[in-house]
Write a protein that binds this ligand. Structure first.
Ligand SMILES: [Ca+2]
Ligand SMILES: [Ca+2]
Length: 88
């Protein structure tokens, strides 16, 4: 027997332990009964939120800058010089 037994020896981790599923759009990531690291979905789950500011990729003018949280309909600069103005 190994000195330390984990519920999920392949990870290794115990069921119910906190973990990181690598998706910052899910919260409270935890090892579930199937030894998967899963978090609670948020509105951005499946869409993405690269900067973690709570504004999803599809509506975030700059999803690499958490300080930029413009919302749909706001005028903003997407950094593309070919567009003078972009509405999301
Ligand atoms: Ca997560
Ligand atoms: Ca974002």
């Amino acid at each position: 027997m190994a000195p330390i037994d984990f519920d999920c020896p392949n990870i290794p981790a115990n069921i119910g332990a906190s973990c990181d599923d690598g998706d910052n759009t899910t919260l409270n990531d935890m090892i579930d009964a199937n030894c998967n690291c899963v978090g609670a979905p948020t509105a951005c789950t499946g869409i993405g939120d690269a900067d973690g500011d709570g504004v999803c990729d599809d509506v975030d003018c700059d999803d690499l800058d958490a300080n930029i949280t413009h919302q749909p309909g706001d005028a903003c600069d997407d950094g593309n010089l070919h567009h003078h103005q972009r509405y999301v």
